[in-house]
Ligand binder design. Structure first.
Ligand SMILES: [Fe+2]
Ligand SMILES: [Fe+2]
Length: 228
């Protein structure tokens, strides 16, 4: 996640046209939704001592639960892609734009790992993925339109909420599903780093009502994605 710790420098306005930016967003949306983004890092694996449990396999009930939880996490990563793209779309400072674009690339690893794990569990992505992407893209652009420090504050709050959400999934995932647990644990560590990086770049803490609204919207998304 080296790009997230890159210091931000003020620079000249981004010379790329709105059309160029929209094309980048459209390209990312397509690749995100059809699984065309490839991870830069290998998928996390269970510690050697836990691989025996993974090899022993899961009961049908455990497999179904793990599949549903990983589908929710996959939706979270779809939204992460869209949020960062939405913020990059309206970021005027080229360094900030580069930060958001690189952050979206970092989240590619998570997206690809979740998609792989869904396949391994014989589960599937959410049928509403295009809807989640569109909603998060608009939300990211809206957050970005309030200026840099608020946009970064939105990143901090989002990443903190995702980290808490992943912690709750680690409590619910079957202990025997050491493969899913290894992926979720690494994602949780990465999300914490994303929040810290945005804080260092000058994030402004969001007002409590905004944080509550974000939490409520996330609950709608996670509850729906668990089933659909
Ligand atoms: Fe992520
Ligand atoms: Fe993140």
């Amino acid at each position: 996640m080296t790009a997230c710790t890159t210091p931000r420098r003020a620079g000249p306005p981004d010379p790329r046209s709105l059309q160029d930016r929209l094309l980048t967003v459209a390209d990312n949306a397509l690749k995100t939704l059809v699984g065309g983004l490839h991870p830069a890092r290998p998928m996390p694996q269970p510690a050697p001592a836990l691989r025996e449990a993974a090899a022993a396999g899961l009961s049908p009930e455990q497999r179904e639960l793990a599949g549903r939880l990983m589908r929710v996490d996959h939706v979270g990563e779809i939204c992460a892609q869209a949020l960062y793209q939405g913020q990059a779309l309206v970021a005027r400072d080229p360094a900030l734009h580069a930060h958001f674009t690189q952050a979206a690339r970092d989240e590619c690893d998570h997206l690809a790992w979740c998609r792989t794990r869904l396949r391994e569990l014989d589960s599937r992505p959410s049928l509403l993925d295009p809807l989640w992407y569109a909603g998060a893209l608009g939300l990211g652009a809206l957050a970005g339109s309030f200026g840099e420090s608020w946009s970064l504050g939105f990143v901090v709050e989002t990443e903190n909420q995702v980290e808490q959400h992943l912690a709750s999934h680690l409590q619910r995932l079957p202990q025997a599903d050491t493969s899913s647990r290894a992926v979720v644990e690494q994602m949780k560590t990465d999300e914490m780093q994303h929040a810290l990086a945005a804080e260092k770049l000058g994030a402004q803490p969001l007002p409590a009502p905004v944080r509550w609204a974000m939490r409520a919207a996330a609950r709608v998304m996670t509850t729906t994605a668990h089933w659909i």
